[in-house]
Design a protein around this ligand. Structure first.
Ligand SMILES: Cc1ncc(COP(=O)(O)O)c(C=O)c1O
Length: 344
């Protein structure tokens, strides 16, 4: 599907430049969600179909990031999905992360401090150079939430491999617009409610089989069983053999909205979305007299930007005192020009 056809499936009010906070649903996702809500209200169906939306969504996500679906777990939040990896670190392990990293990929590591786990932070741009012999794990976002900076994956993974450190990547601000190859990392987590256009409350975690062997699936319940529908009651524990052992039972309605959203991303293709998003981002940068960049997120210091955009009806974010504008599939040149006119 081409970008204009895909755009016809959205209903944004002009001026939504804040996908880095949350993405908007395409109509097939919205409609599926409304149908499920209507069924729920009337008690018209059983719940199994809602839960099965995770199957489609998991397969879509696995294709999007180039790994087998058997290495993908489904969860709810980034910090929740990272928690078992943090708990699986040996006592006294040393973690390295960007100082500006979003807290959900920092606090799970800090929370292990009582076992002697140490977290060292450096500016994102210095991350690869800061990997040393004592580093056990490097945690970083593929795209920084506050600044839109795209990580230097080649340098960081090479530095980690050289010292035998594992890499845990947060792709929440990347998957959906930036081509991502999850097979380059030991673990990759992604919340789906931003660039993957899903409702809040769904996410994915890719782990390698080698990493999973070192982890305890401490959140496992019936849904993490090999056959969930035969595992409602009683011992023994009969966990799935693959990454499903790390699934938590699905927030039904959010997953009903997630599967069609991922379908659409796949139909348009991340390469085409990448070209569209970065072109709009660079139109915005050019309008402000900035050189072109490589991100769908632009962070810029313009005094009074928040008030001027609000007066023009443009919705963007302010992070660390800087304007953060973000551009996605449904964004148009008119949206960009509305913002540029308000700011210049
Ligand atoms: C990079 C990144 N990771 C994660 C999140 C959300 O984390 P969680 O799912 O733990 O609420 C955000 C939200 O802004 C984010 O920007």
């Amino acid at each position: 599907m081409d970008v204009p056809k895909a755009q016809s499936l959205f209903d944004p009010q002009p001026g939504w430049l804040n996908t880095a906070s949350y993405g908007l649903p395409p109509r097939p996702a919205w409609d599926a969600l409304q149908d499920a809500l209507a069924d729920w209200r009337a008690g018209r169906t059983s719940w199994e179909g809602w839960g099965e939306a995770t199957v489609r969504a998991r397969e879509s996500f696995a294709r999007l990031v180039g790994v087998p679906a058997s290495d993908v777990s489904t969860g709810a939040q980034v910090s929740q999905m990272i928690a078992p990896i943090a708990a699986g670190l040996p006592d006294g392990a040393r973690v390295l992360a960007p100082v500006e990293e979003f807290a959900s990929n920092l606090y799970p590591w800090f929370a292990q401090a009582q076992r002697g786990v140490e977290v060292r932070t450096v500016p994102a741009r210095d991350l690869a150079a800061a990997v040393d012999d004592g580093t056990d794990l490097v945690a970083f976002s593929l795209v920084q939430s506050a600044t839109g900076e795209v990580a230097d994956v080649d340098a960081t993974t090479a530095a980690a491999v050289a010292v035998g450190a594992i890499t845990v990547v947060d792709a929440t601000q990347a998957c959906g617009w930036l081509p991502v190859d999850a097979s380059r990392f030991d673990a990759l987590v992604c919340g789906a409610y931003k660039w993957l256009l899903a409702p809040r409350g769904t996410g994915f975690m890719m782990t390698t089989p080698e990493l999973r062997e070192r982890l305890v699936p401490s959140q496992a319940g019936w849904w993490a069983a090999e056959d969930p529908y035969a595992s409602f009651f009683g011992p023994p524990m009969r966990l799935a053999a693959d990454a499903r052992a790390f699934d938590i039972s699905p927030a039904w309605f959010s997953w009903v909205g997630t599967a069609p959203a991922l379908d659409l991303i796949e139909q348009v293709g991340v390469e085409a979305i990448h070209a569209h998003d970065v072109a709009l981002s660079n139109r915005f940068r050019a309008g402000l007299g900035l050189p072109p960049g490589d991100s769908a997120i632009v962070s810029v210091d313009i005094p009074g930007a928040e008030e001027r955009l609000a007066a023009a009806g443009v919705r963007a974010a302010v992070r660390d005192g800087r304007l953060r504008a973000s551009f996605h599939l449904y964004t148009t040149e008119d949206d960009v020009d509305l913002a540029v006119d308000a700011l210049t």
